[in-house]
Design a protein around this ligand. Structure first.
Ligand code: CA
Length: 528
């Protein structure tokens, strides 16, 4: 790995870090005091690696039954541990999901409702509690919370969204541009940190992957990896959005929103583009050969329009996305091999999750945001040798607010009372436990990007009821037993009125439980 080219003065960020750090620390100490364990107790506890990717759809993982590709290394975690079939997020976008991981709270409680905000690092974050209790903590890779991490002994993070090639990496002392492909670089930095860590302590490490975020730039060996495959269209590809106002008015279709030049690299601008400006000549050449000489020429020759063009875009989208994911899976394999080689596998919990799900052409879409199935759910697999029986399937509704308390529980630290999630460790230990039958969701970001109306709703094992607000005032109900793809809005159908009433009561109760006062006010106004 070559660390060269430039080092920027990050003095202002240090000043901020020290100021925030000092305040954050005192709050956390107050909460963590009763829980401090001796070092001897701490050493016996497992290490925890949380690999958090970005926009990786469960539909693109073979352990989840994907027909699109094989993901042998993610599958290995599931096979040797547990696969969660109803892992869901509480607000389906990037930054808010990370803020929820750190706090175990809904967006309205941790303040990070939309992307591009600054995460308030004065609030308690659970890795600080792990530190207080003898864990060494690190965050490597994508962070994207507008601030520097607090609660981590070490961090090396991408600048904002980060770059696929030759990314800038921010550390405590400097920012450096590192030559190479981001997923490989993150694995390299992870192994470097693990090699140099304090082996007298257990560790908690977040590996924040950039993959598979838009605009899906594969590693060079993966260019064209799936060009011989034709992907089937999902059943809702030609959805007409009848009876669903928000779906009708979004701006995230493959047809209209996906950009040929930037997303699919058709006649990309290799001179002015900020993406390709970063490339070395050795990196640019295979890209140019592939996307310009092969793909763009094919595009020109086909002269596709209308439905043929949409189908071609869909094929190219999947090929680029899945080729980008190929490096992700391979690098996860490298990390698992590293743990084997170093004798760490038996005492290290490995979690793989995405920050949310993603549309792979369902409803004609890419992107996320909606409470609908593909973006509500997220892949989540977990290996915990000696605790999780290999091949376990967890169908309970687990949420990203549960991630923090579960990790604390694994580390033997009692979660603070104001954390909104619940540890699902008892479910994995096979203990009888009362578990939620319904989940609450609230999405905010509007109108840019993608023009998805803000909404909140309830999802049970069978139903999903959602209220869209802002410029609209509409409700939708889906019976997932009869309509798993959520195309028939049953709200207003006489046969479902009892169901609606019952779900609204449950929704209000969840809003009260999680203290979402904005949603409560909207509901109150609505019922007048
Ligand atoms: Ca994301």
């Amino acid at each position: 790995m070559i660390v060269t080219q430039y080092v920027r003065n990050m003095g202002w960020l240090f000043a901020g870090l020290i100021a925030f750090g000092a305040r954050g620390q005192s709050q956390v100490q107050a909460q963590g005091q009763a829980q401090v364990l001796t070092q001897a107790q701490a050493v016996r506890r497992p290490n925890i690696i949380f690999i958090l990717s970005d926009d990786h759809a469960y539909q693109a993982i073979s352990a989840y039954g994907s027909q699109l590709v094989q993901t042998p290394n993610i599958d290995r975690i599931a096979r040797e541990g547990a696969l969660f079939t109803r892992a869901m997020v509480t607000n389906s976008i990037c930054g808010p999901s990370r803020a929820t991981l750190l706090t175990g709270k809904y967006s309205h409680k941790n303040g990070y409702t939309l992307n591009e905000k600054k995460f308030d690092t004065r609030q308690p974050v659970f890795p600080s509690l792990l530190q207080q209790n003898g864990y060494q903590t690190a965050w490597i890779g994508k962070w994207h919370l507008g601030n520097l991490p607090v609660g981590f002994d070490y961090f090396r993070i991408l600048n904002g969204q980060g770059q696929y090639y030759n990314p800038d990496l921010i550390g405590a002392r400097d920012t450096t541009r590192v030559e190479g492909y981001v997923t490989n670089i993150i694995t390299g930095l992870t192994e470097d940190w693990l090699n140099g860590r304090d082996t007298s302590k257990p560790f908690f490490l977040v590996v924040g992957e950039k993959a598979t975020h838009r605009e899906w730039l594969p590693d060079i060996p993966d260019l064209g990896a799936y060009d011989d495959k034709d992907f089937p269209l999902p059943p809702t590809f030609y959805d007409n959005y009848a009876g669903r106002l928000a779906a009708e008015n979004q701006d995230m279709t493959i047809e209209k929103t996906m950009v040929l030049k930037t997303d699919l690299k058709v006649h990309a601008d290799y001179v002015k583009s900020g993406i390709f400006n970063r490339f070395t000549p050795e990196q640019k050449k295979p890209f140019y050969d592939y996307y310009e000489n092969k793909i763009s020429r094919e595009f020109d020759a086909r002269k596709d329009t209308g439905e043929n063009l949409v189908r071609w875009k869909y094929e190219r989208y999947l090929k680029d996305y899945l080729a980008t994911a190929r490096s992700l899976d391979r690098n996860i394999g490298a990390m698992l091999d590293y743990l084997d080689k170093k004798g760490l596998a038996d005492n290290t919990v490995v979690i793989y999750a995405s920050d949310q799900g993603f549309y792979m052409g369902e409803h004609g879409w890419f992107d996320k945001r909606f409470i609908y199935e593909e973006s509500l759910r997220t892949p989540f697999v977990m290996r915990y040798p000696g605790v999780i029986k290999p091949g376990t399937r967890v169908s309970a509704i687990t949420l990203n607010i549960d991630w923090a308390p579960t990790i604390l529980d694994i580390a033997g630290v009692k979660p603070p009372a104001d954390i909104q999630g619940v540890s699902f460790l008892p479910l994995l230990e096979g203990k009888k436990t009362v578990w939620r039958k319904a989940m609450y969701y609230h999405y905010y970001e509007f109108p840019q990007p993608h023009h998805v109306y803000p909404h909140f709703g309830i999802r049970t094992e069978r139903y999903m009821l959602v209220h869209f607000y802002g410029p609209v005032n509409s409700w939708e109900l889906f019976d997932l037993d009869k309509d798993p793809h959520e195309v028939k809005n049953l709200y207003g159908e006489r046969a479902y009125q009892k169901t609606v009433v019952s779900l609204k009561v449950q929704l209000k109760e969840l809003i009260r439980q999680y203290d979402d006062q904005d949603a409560a006010k909207i509901l109150e106004k609505e019922s007048k």
